[in-house]
Design a protein around this ligand. Structure first.
Ligand code: ADP
Ligand code: MG
Ligand code: MG
Length: 251
């Protein structure tokens, strides 16, 4: 599904290298988790994959189903099936949440050569998915994320993901700032989307999220590289001992 090879990234405006050769291969239908100390480059990886500006790729590639993502505009990457749930979801004043979703869904369908959803069909689908995430009608009418609590913003990210039905879903610290109940809701939303044709890259600081969203592989990222890969037990090891032992072992 996603094949990242020797990815090197620096800041566009500064001589600061952030990613120093990331290699990661994600098969269709699998869930991979990335953990790692703050500042190791996890968010940068998700930004570079989704096409955010401000970064320069100096080497390497990132292919989604064989297509080079790094050559595409952000909206082309979305149309190809990539989705990023942000660590810090953005507020968009003046754009209604429902309008935003409908525009995004129809743009996606158009890019895939499918017909637009009728207003009635769209409403039916969005109401059902919003209900599962306990997003009420009033929140759907408000501007995107404006005045939403931290947990509401994260649930709204999952609603977008559920509506867009991407192939490759990246979740950047979707659990941070969530209470236990909200984390359960978000996890259930993610698990409902698990499918043989869909993959997930879950970036998290906490093993507890991985109790709910069970990963096939866990990667540890430090200083711009993936330094260790294992199964779910690796997350438990991190929870118990922190990163120090792994960093020492790798060094
Ligand atoms: P993580 O998500 O693992 O905590 P980030 O990808 O957010 O790490 O950051 C990696 C490093 O790159 C940090 O040292 C961070 O300060 C730096 N960095 C990332 N983006 C920028 C930016 N736009 N300007 C300056 N520094 C940045
Ligand atoms: Mg961080
Ligand atoms: Mg981050």
């Amino acid at each position: 599904m996603l094949e990242i090879n020797n990815l090197h990234v620096k800041l566009e405006e500064e001589d600061k290298v952030i990613l120093k050769g990331v290699n990661l291969s994600i098969e269709a239908g699998s869930v991979h988790a990335i953990m790692g100390p703050n500042g190791s480059g996890k968010s940068t990886l998700s930004y570079v994959l989704s096409g955010k500006g401000g970064y320069e790729v100096t080497d390497g590639s990132a292919k989604l189903e064989g297509v080079e993502l790094l050559d595409l505009d952000p909206e082309e990457r979305a149309a190809a099936g990539l989705f990023l749930a942000f660590q810090y979801p953005v507020e968009i004043p003046g754009v209604g949440n429902m309008t935003f979703l409908r525009t995004a869904v129809n743009a996606q369908r158009k890019a895939r050569g499918e017909e637009e959803l009728s207003a009635g069909d769209f409403l039916k689908i969005v109401r059902e998915k919003a209900k599962a995430l306990q997003i009420n009608a009033e929140m759907m009418k408000r501007p995107v994320n404006v005045g939403f609590s931290g947990g509401e913003k994260k649930r709204n990210e999952i609603l977008q993901m559920a509506m867009l039905e991407p192939k490759m879903c990246i979740l950047d610290e979707t659990d941070s700032g969530l209470d236990v109940d909200a984390m359960k809701l978000v996890s259930e939303g993610v698990n409902a989307l698990r499918d043989a044709g869909r993959s997930f890259l879950v970036i998290t600081h906490y093993q507890r999220l991985l109790d709910h969203i069970k990963p096939d592989f866990v990667h540890i990222m430090a200083d711009g590289r993936i330094i260790k890969t294992g199964g779910p037990e690796l997350a438990l090891e991190v929870e118990k001992n922190g990163y120090a032992d792994i960093l020492t072992e790798v060094a």
